[in-house]
Write a protein that binds this ligand. Sequence first.
Ligand code: NAP
Length: 484
Amino acid sequence: MLKLQDSTLVRTENYVNGKWVSGSAGHIEVLNPASGRLVAKTVDSNAADTDAAVEAAAAAFKSWSTIPAKQRAAYLRKWFELILENADDLGMLMTAEQGKPLAEAIAEVNYGAGFIEFYAEECKRVMGDIIPTVANDRRLQVYKQAVGVVGCITPWNFPNAMITRKAAPAMAAGCTVVIKPDAGTPLSALALCELAHRAGIPAGVLNVVVGSDSQAIGEVLTQHEKIAKFTFTGSTAVGKILMAQCASTVKKISLELGGNAPFIVFGDADIDEAVAHCVATKFRNCGQTCVCTNRIFVHETIAKEFTEKLQTSIAALKVADGFEDGAEIGPLINAKATQKMDELMADAMAKGAQLLLGGARHELGENFFQPTLLGNINDSMRLANEEIFGPIAAVQTFSSEEEVVTKANATQYGLAAYFFTRDVGRVMRVSENLEYGIVCSNSGVFSTEVAPFGGWKQSGIGSEGGKEGITDFYETKFHSLGGI
Ligand code: NAP
């Protein structure tokens, strides 16, 4: 059984209008992906439950959006502090429902809290404009006003931070929110609500509806007349459906979608550094992040040394239940995800990939897959074109900068890209030429609440984090004041 310091953080009902309420569609069993054991049973909800949450958010909007930003900031600050105080418990809840190693889960809680702190500060600095007038009897002003109720749908791979990255800027701007977390990982979302409640955030400002019928709930969040903006993090395929659904009410929309990140190692790179960052970006969260390295391109002159060192590092990774000390690779999220690894492996091997390490299910359980290294990858293979979303590292070689940049860009995705070189001219050229929203040179570490995170092409619309992350939660109003 999960033993938290504060067991009252385990909430299993919807949080609507400041109250814990049941859903109308039965129950959802939240299972630990490492063991398959039941973590908790939550309510399951339908469209009517979601509609009630939207009504609550709409009713709360007027007062929340008109209190001074400084006051909203104080509520958010309190929420942030409570999250930090409870970070260990929140991390344990996340490991139990999502599977990632506990150290990674606690790191996510702290990262997620950073968005609340940042936007509590940022909302005090969102300015309108006074424009020099074009006629002496008129004055021209531009206001920034909260957009209204925001509908959010979030994925299972970051059950905490994908919520705070949306809710914090929205709430800071004066919006109220209705969130549908992934049905597999609702406990982190509900624990955040418990702490928001303790922080005194007024009823109706933050609402979470848990439901397994994501289509029905999604239809409410994308089509409801009282929702002004919709924001989604998840796959590109689902993002396209939701974007189309938003058209009927012309909602403002933000999408954080899938990726296919290249990791390029030029011949002059620091190989040991590149290997260490490659392992970190490939295997974080068992390879299940949108910015995980997906295609590894290594210059032919260093390919042998790089690949051997990569193999040694991958072989040293500790695969274990996320609660075990030193665990580095936990389970995949479910059987379907593990099945996908089998399929990607079979496809790659049939098309000539070279198996260097792993390649099969792990003995620890049905959701575990061995950390895997493949060489001799070519463009015809599925894993060169799709998000792998699992612990398979796939290496291919290149001979020129132009060739590798062209290959790196030859994808519908444009989220994150990594490259390693010590040549400063190349750093500038490649960072400018990669068609990605996030480009990371000589490091695999970049996530921070103070900078914009968002995809180009079919990886998304808009940015979360940084000063950009709050702008979409405001409408711009031009006030032309006459008769002076
Ligand atoms: P997903 O299948 O698109 O699901 C994401 C969310 O959408 C879940 O809450 C899911 O609910 C819901 N959903 C699924 N179908 C829906 C529908 N027809 N209508 C309304 N909601 C629907 O993606 P995932 O597999 O959970 O997450 C992994 C994907 O997210 C990857 O592609 C990854 O790259 C992307 N991602 C992107 C970012 C970013 O910042 N760009 C960050 C993290 C993840 P249920 O599961 O409860 O049905």
